[in-house]
Design a protein around this ligand. Sequence first.
Ligand code: ZN
Length: 266
Amino acid sequence: MYQATIKEVIDFEGIGLHTGEYCKIRLHPDDSYKGIRFLIKGDYVPANYRYVVNTKYSTDLGKGDRVIKTVEHLMAVLYMLGIDNLVIEVLKGWEVPAMDGSGYFFYKNLKKLIQKLDREKEILEIKSPISVKNCTARIEALPFDQFLAEYVGSVEGLLKDCRVRFKGNAKGLVFARTFCFDHQVEALRKAGLAKGGSLENAVVFGKDGKVYNFGGLRSKDEPIRHKLLDLIGDLYLLGKQIKGRIISYYGGHSLNYDLVKSLADL
Ligand code: ZN
C-alpha cells in the first residue's frame, strides 16, 4: 500500500460548530512525506497527538497561540480515504468548518482527488491487547489482520448497546452527523461551545429519542455511527494507519486520546 496526497488544491468553508465563526481551510497537495499538517499563521501544527490541546466536546490541536478546533471529522475522512500527506492552510477562523456536521462533504470532494505517491504507507501493528478506561467507558485494541473499528453505544430513549463496525466502507460512516441533547445546549453555550451549532449541522435529541431535525435521522443508528467516525478521526492523530481491531464501549474524544497515547508508546 502506497502513501497518497491529493491532486489539486481544494477549499472548505463554513461556520465552525463550536466557535460559531466563519472558517475557511485550503488543502494543498504535499509530497514531502511529512504527514498531515495544519498551516496556521505561517507555522505548521502537525495533525499529531503530541499537539492535542483539548478533547472536551471536540479534538483540538495547537502550538502556542495557533489553535485549530474540531479536526476529527476531516481526519476520519482522510484516514478512510488513505490520504497521508497534506498541508491544510487555515485561512479564516480557527476551526475546521462544520459543514453539515458529518464527514460527507469532505469525503465527496476528496475521494476524486486522491493522488498516489511512491513511498509505502507506515502501518502501526497492534501485536498484543491494550485497553484504556475511565469510569464509564473503555476501549480495547487487539491484534487483527487488518483495520477494524467498532463502537458500542446507547442513546437514551432510542438505542441500547448498539454496535456499529467499520471494515473499509467509508460510505457507512461519513453521512453520520454530530449530535447533542436539548438539555445540553444551554450548558454548552454557557461554556462558550456549540456557538455555531444548529439543526443545519447537528442532530438534536429530546426526551425518549425525539429528534428535532426536520427529516429525522439519516439512519436509526446515526449517532453511534458518528461516534465511530470520531474514533477513527482521533486515531489518525497517530499519523499512521492501524493494523488491528479497536473496540470502543461508550468512549469519547478524551478516552480516544488516551488510547492513541498508549498505542504511540508501542
Ligand atoms: Zn464528531
